[in-house]
Write a protein that binds this ligand. Structure first.
Ligand code: ADE
Length: 229
């Protein structure tokens, strides 16, 4: 799967994703992340990409042309049907379901805003969907793009070991059951007996019960009235 990121801070995105699972996924070729620096497409002497807002007000606005040219460049590299997603706190909240949906795409173009915003005409012209990673305001869309790429990448076949996303939090609208590893006792706390029993069916039953208890305690909002739990 290929991600194209339109950004003023390409190193921020590529450095962050070069570690751990996403780093391995990039090195193995399971995903590619191509950062397109919007500033490279500024044609004025000072390569400036922002300007004052018409009508006045605080902050600077990303001018439409440099970002549009960066988009055209990415569009030539990406699949013609690749969706363009703008990261903004105004967008729909990014959730696991959306991550799954996006993991089925071949290419995605992510537009990162900075400063006070982006000229609205650029958004109207190129953006297919707006996503927010939560109800707070970040300094720019880069951290949000990193979050989206991370969450989507791990669902791309070959990136994680098989089955490792099956039991995880949000599957079946439950959070994940508690996990333990050696030693069997830690500071007087013991691993639950069932997990040491080697009885597969009992382990499964215990895990499901724990997932339900945990969801009720920690994330009751995930349980709908018609859920049979
Ligand atoms: N840009 C600024 N804040 C953001 C947020 N919460 N989600 C996505 N993009 C953003």
């Amino acid at each position: 799967m290929n991600f194209y990121v339109l950004t003023l801070f390409p190193d921020m995105v590529s450095d962050c994703l070069s570690y751990s699972v996403t780093g391995r996924a990039i090195r193995s070729g399971a995903i590619t992340v191509t950062c397109v620096n919007i500033r490279d497409f500024a044609q004025n002497k000072h390569r400036s990409v922002d300007d004052y807002p018409y009508g006045g007000g605080a902050g600077m606005i990303l001018r439409p042309w440099p970002a549009y040219r960066a988009y055209e460049y990415a569009r030539k590299l990406a699949n013609a049907s690749a969706p363009v997603i703008y990261l903004t706190p105004q967008g729909a909240t990014f959730r696991q379901e959306k991550a799954k949906e996006l993991a089925a795409e071949k290419d995605i173009i992510l537009l990162c805003g900075h400063y006070e915003g982006i000229d609205e005409r650029l958004i109207e012209e190129i953006v297919d969907a707006e996503l927010s990673i939560g109800d707070y305001v970040l300094t720019g869309g880069e951290t949000a793009a990193i979050v989206v790429i991370d969450a989507v990448s791990r669902l791309v076949p070959g990136v994680l070991s098989e089955n490792s996303t099956l039991d995880e939090t949000f599957e079946n609208r439950l959070v994940e059951y508690p996990q333990y590893t050696r030693p069997p006792e830690f500071l007087g706390r013991h691993v639950p007996e069932t997990l040491l029993s080697g009885h597969h069916a009992n382990v499964e039953k215990w895990r499901r019960e724990q997932a339900i208890l945990r969801t009720k305690a920690k994330r009751p909002d995930l349980i709908k009235d018609d859920d049979n739990v």
